[in-house]
Design a protein around this ligand. Sequence first.
Ligand code: RB5
Length: 149
Amino acid sequence: MIAIGSDHAGFPLKEEIKKYLDEAKIEYIDVGCYTPERFDYAISAQKACDKVAAGECDKAILCCGTGVGISMAANKVKGIRACCCSDYFSAKYTRAHNDANVLCMGDRVIGAGLACELVEVFLNTEFEGGRHATRVDQIMAIENGEKLY
Ligand code: RB5
């Protein structure tokens, strides 16, 4: 199960991505927003990421104008590794190397065609583990207040 959410600026892109998910028969929960009216991105970020952190959803997809604000909010939720992507390579390797569990994109940055390609590669790329697991553990150690140095 995937959580998907946006603010007003990301709303059109979220709706396009939902069409892709429907066609690909990928199940999702839309946490909003549900109209193009002004809606603050932190609310959708927290709603979607709480579902990932709780294990109710495997991953989340979030959209705002730039993808940046919503990724910043997402990364404040414990257990979340969100990456704002606008290129294929980053979307692939944030899974392979960072074990990212949230993909963020900007409606004002990329088109729906590219966004759906990024979603596809993000959802279909496995974490490589190994030396990358050590680094991801370090990220989570920072989140838990540990000093790495
Ligand atoms: C909304 O105008 C815009 O600031 C927001 O969608 C996002 O781009 C923030 O990072």
